[in-house]
Structure formats: C-alpha cells, structure tokens
Design a protein around this ligand. Structure first.
Ligand code: UTP
Length: 294
C-alpha cells in the first residue's frame, strides 16, 4: 500500500483556546518558532507524502500564505546575506503543485471536513493528520504507520492509538481490540470503536488519536453519515462502518503526544519542544528552575 496524499483538516473554530483563535487559526499557534501546521506537514513529508491537501474555512487564508513563497522576504534575506534563514524557509516550502486547498463552508465536524477532500483524494488510500496533535519522536507517528501499512493488505485502514488511564476512557474515542498483528506487535486488530463510552463500559484503554490511514470507501460512508456526538459529523462513526467490511488496525506509536488544542497541552508542548532544542535547552531549564523556586 502506497500513501501519497495527506488531508489536513484545518477548518475548526478552536474554541478551547479562545481568545487566541478569534482572528488567528488555531493551526498557526506557534510551538517554539514554528506553527503547528508546519510540524505536521514536515511529519507527512518524512512519511513520503507527495500531495498536501488542506481543508480550510473562513479566516484560514494565512495557512495558505504560510506555504507560499514570500517574494519581499526572500529578497530582503538575500540582500542581507541571511543564508541560514533562507535555507530554513526553502526546506519547509512545498514544491509547485504539491498543495491543494479546499473549503469546508461550515464547521460541521471532522468527518465532514475529511469528506470535503473527496474529489482531491480520489480513489486511493490516504492519510488524515490533525494539526493540533503533535507527536514528539523521530521517526514521526505517520512514518511509523506508513511503514506498517506498506506490509499490510492493500484494503487495510490504520488509526494511531494511545493508552489512556481506564478511568479517563469516557473522554475519548476508544477501540475494541480482537488481537495483535502477527508481525507487528504494536498493531492491534480493531473490530469496533466507540466515541466517549460511559464510565466503566470501555472495551479497552486504547484511545484514537489524530493520525489515520484510510481507504477511499470512507467517503461513501461519510456521504450519508448522520450527525453524531456534539451534533457533528464524526469521523469515528464512519470508521465504525468501514471496520465492518475492511481490516482495521490500531497502531501504538512511539513518542509523546501533545494535545495542542488545549491550553495545558499547548504550554506543555512548548516546554517539551523547547527543551529538545540545543540552542534553547540551557536557558529554558535555568528559567524553569527559577520559576519553581529551586
Ligand atoms: P478539534 O475538535 O480539535 O478542533 O478538531 P476544533 O473544533 O477547532 O477545536 P475546539 O474543540 O473548538 O477547541 C481537530 C481538527 O479538525 C479540524 C480542526 O481545525 C482541527 O485541526 N476540524 C474540526 C475541521 O476542519 N472541521 C470541523 O468541522 C471540525
């Protein structure tokens, strides 16, 4: 199975991090010195993705600008001999024709956002990457999944999963598991999924996280998908339908996941990514110890 295309749903309102997201897209919030969206595009590129598809909405135009060349900036950096900055900009710049942007006119849910990309994806398996979830690891979570997918049956679907404490399962989408893949110990066969199960009823403690590899048949299911939890068209509900007819695997990835769509998760991610940086580690550590009074 070869995965060439990734869909980035970026049309949500980001209400959990208001007022930051009133006029600025959540996906442009910055972790250290890069917006969230750039981390996930880099992760997708590392996984071999060739076509980056953004499902945008109102007020999200700056995301498109971020992946464009900026003539004035390029010329100014060149004139000032700022080679390192120029190289950095060039490194993350997608090539001509590698990006597509489509629009979700109203934030009707993640499932609806993915469905909006159906004509650009076409009839092939594709990845879905949620920009507000970052995984700190090398290789990235999507590359780990693509590597496993390449050895699976061509009609397989995968979702990244993470273990959560059993008493917290009512807050997540949870997988029901029937076994493990014989050659991949961290790939679980999934025979069902349930969104936010009532306390004490979760079939496992494996929660669905923001990386997916899906077959195009998901679009047919989404076409008629009713609104689910929160009045939104849920991707999980459509995946439950898909799992009835096609193999579905949950991949427990290596690395720490950060939910940057929540205030605490966003701050934690800035500290974790900052501490990873050789140019920032020492001063950040010293400042943190000072704030903690140590
Ligand atoms: P979230 O539920 O985390 O994003 O969706 P949100 O709705 O923007 O956030 P809150 O809960 O109000 O704070 C995960 C991803 O799916 C996109 C979001 O932009 C985010 O990147 N999304 C969500 C859409 O593109 N369309 C939607 O209708 C909903």
């Amino acid at each position: 199975m070869k995965i060439r295309k990734a869909v980035f749903p970026v049309a949500g309102l980001g209400t959990r991090v208001l007022p930051a997201t009133k006029a600025m897209p959540k996906e442009m919030l910055t972790i250290v010195d890069r917006p969230l969206i750039q981390y996930v595009v880099d992760e997708a590129r590392e996984a071999g993705i060739e076509h980056f598809i953004f499902v945008t909405g109102r007020n999200k135009g700056v995301i498109e600008d971020h992946f464009d060349r900026m003539f004035e900036l390029d010329e100014t950096l060149k004139g000032r001999n700022k080679t390192a900055e120029m190289e950095q900009l060039a490194r993350f710049q997608p090539g001509a024709g590698e990006t597509s942007f489509t629009r979700q006119q109203a934030p009707l849910g993640l499932g609806h956002a993915v469905w909006c990309a159906r004509h650009i994806v076409g009839n092939e398996p594709f990845a879905v990457v949620l920009p507000d979830e970052l995984v700190l690891n090398s290789p990235g979570a999507l590359k780990q999944m693509v590597d496993i997918a390449s050895g699976l049956d061509a009609n397989s679907n995968l979702v990244a999963v993470e273990e959560v404490p059993m008493e917290m399962t009512h807050q997540y989408g949870i997988c029901s598991v029937s076994g493990r893949h014989p050659s991949h110990a961290n790939a679980y066969s999934i025979d069902g999924m349930v969104e936010k199960p009532p306390k004490g009823t979760a079939p496992s403690n494996l929660s669905i996280t923001g990386r997916y590899i899906l077959q195009p048949e998901i679009f047919e299911i989404l076409e008629t998908q009713e609104r689910g939890a929160g009045g939104e068209i849920q991707l999980t509900d459509a995946m439950i339908g898909l799992a009835q007819n096609q193999p579905f695997f949950g991949v427990k990835f290596e690395g720490e996941r950060h939910d940057c769509g929540s205030k605490a998760g966003f701050l934690r991610a800035n500290i974790a990514y900052g501490l990873q940086r050789a140019d920032l580690n020492e001063t950040l550590r010293a400042d943190m110890l000072r704030y903690l009074g140590k």
